[in-house]
Design a protein around this ligand. Sequence first.
Ligand SMILES: [Zn+2]
Ligand SMILES: [Zn+2]
Length: 170
Amino acid sequence: MNTMDARDFIQIAKNICEKTGSRLTETRQHMLEVLFTVETPKSAYELTDDYNRLVNSPIMAMSVYRILNFLASIRLVHHLHSINKYIICKHPIGRSEDQVPLFLICTSCQQIEEVAIAADLIYALSDHAESRGFISAGSQIELNSLCKKCQSNIHQHSPGDFNGQNPTNK
Ligand SMILES: [Zn+2]
Ligand SMILES: [Zn+2]
């Protein structure tokens, strides 16, 4: 479980920015605060809405893209290309260079789990791609999957099981 709160995270983010010679501007910080509160990945447009609901000076989607690109470039945020959504990286420290993120994406509830895997695995996949004449462009792996909760929902509502429970709707 992650016990880091938003304030700790912003401090870590500031340090990372300093190390990379950039600055955590007010808008960048607000965007991180918005991302920190959401559990599931969100699109840039959804984040624009969330941002403008939370912060008094509204911004446009174009700026949101720019901010997200910056935050992704210093790995505080991940862009999940397969669903074109963004999620905060809650373990920006302590990851070594020979590890890359594997994202387990629940296709039912969009719950995300980020797991560190050996970078060698990506190299091995890139080798396969190259042997087919493709150049691999990714440094992360996204796996469509089904989380534990959604798996048990499927079992609960399998045919013949009338226990009177309704699936939880948002
Ligand atoms: Zn991460
Ligand atoms: Zn799920």
